[in-house]
Design a protein around this ligand. Sequence first.
Ligand code: PLP
Length: 416
Amino acid sequence: MSDLQQRDPEIFHLISQEEKRQQNKIRLIASENYVSTAVMEATGSVLTNKYSEGYPGKRYYEGQQYIDQVESLAIQRAKDLFGAEHVNVQPYSGSPANLAVYLAFLAPGDTILGMALPHGGHLTHGAKVSISGKYFNAESYSLDQQTGRLNYDTIRDKALACRPKILIAGHSAYSRVLDFPRFREIADACGALLLVDMAHFAGLVAGGAHPSPIPYADVVTTTTHKSLRGPRGAMILCKQEYAAAIDKAVFPGLQGGPHNNTTAAIAVALKEASTDAFKQYASQIVKNAQALAATLIERGFDLVTGGTDNHLMLIDLTNKGVTGKIAAKALDAAGIVLNYNAVPYDTRKPFDPSGIRLGSAAVTSRGFKEEQMVQIGKWIDAVIADPANTALQADIAAAVQQLCSGFPAPGLEYLG
Ligand SMILES: *Cc1c(COP(=O)(O)O)cnc(C)c1O
C-alpha cells in the first residue's frame, strides 16, 4: 500500500495498526473472520469504479461486458454451492437483505414473527429500535427458560395466535442447530412465508457442518462476511417463484448500483467455500467451538444450552460474579477479543448485560485447532477469575501474541 502510505499517512497508519491487532490478538467475535488475500484483492479492485444498476443482461448503463460476467459467476457459484433456485448477490449487507425481503412481501403494519433480540434474534427480525419493528407489527418468540433452547411447540402456538406473514428463523447468538423441517411445518400451519436468516452459520452450511435451510425455506438471507469468509455483503437465495419479487425489491426497491468489487469478492469466496479444504474448515470450526466449550464448562462456566453445535457460545457469567462488560474489557486487555452479550431472561440492561458471546470462525481461519482452544479457555478462566489484575492481563497478552505469531492470519502472513 505504498501509494496510500504517501498520500494519506494517517489512514495508512491506522490500517497498519489494525493489521497488527488482527494478527496479534485472538479474535473470538462470533460474527468476524479473516478473508483470504484473493478476496481482499477482488474487494480492492477497479470494479469499485463501475455503475451497473439492474441485473446481468438488463442494465441501465453501458460498459457491462465484464461486470455482467462477474455477477453471473457469483450467482451461479452461489446456486451450485447451496443448491438454490435463485440468488440475488446485490444486497449491501445483511440488514438491507432482510429489509428487501420485507419490501418484497409485506405492506406496512403486516405481522412478522422472529426470535426476540435479547434471546439471540437480530435487530432486523423486528426489534423495536429497528425499521423492522417500526414499520411492521413485530411479534417475537423466546427461548425456553429452563433449557435455553428453542421450544418449537411454543413457537407454533405463538405463530398460530399472531398469524405472521413471514416467520423468521435465524439468530446471532444461539449455539444450537435449527430444526428447519419443524420451522417449515409451523410456517405452513399458520400460512406464513418461511425466511431463514443464516448470516451466522452460512459457512457451516456451505461446508456441510450444519443442516441446510434451502430445501425448507421460501427465502434464505445471509451475510457473506461471517463464517462464509467473504467480503462484507449479503445474498438472498429463494425459490424460483419469488425470484422476480426479490430482485425488484433489492433494485429498484431498496438500492441503487451494486458494489461490483464486493460482488467479485463474493464470487471468489464462494469458489473457496466449495473446496474440500473449506469442508474441513467448517467441521474444524465446530470442533474448535466444542473444545473451547468443554474447557470452559470444566471450569464452572455456565454455557447457555450447556454447549454448542455450531461456531458460537453464549456464557452467562452471573455465577462468576462478573458482568459481561467487565469480562469483555479485561479479556481485550489480555489480547482476547469478544463481545458482551445479553443472555436469555437477563436481569441486567442490554448495555451492561450478564454474558459474553464467543465464536470460533476467525481463529479457525488462522489454523487454530483443539489444542489452542483449550489454551484459550484456560486464559479466559484466569482473566475472569481476577478481572482487575492488569499485570496478569499483560502477561497473558504477551503469551497470546506469542501464540498468534505461530499462526499467521490469512492476508497478514507478511506480519509473521
Ligand atoms: C449479522 C447479522 C445480520 C446483519 O448483517 P449486517 O451485515 O451487519 O447488516 C442479519 N442477520 C443476522 C442473523 C446477523 O447475525
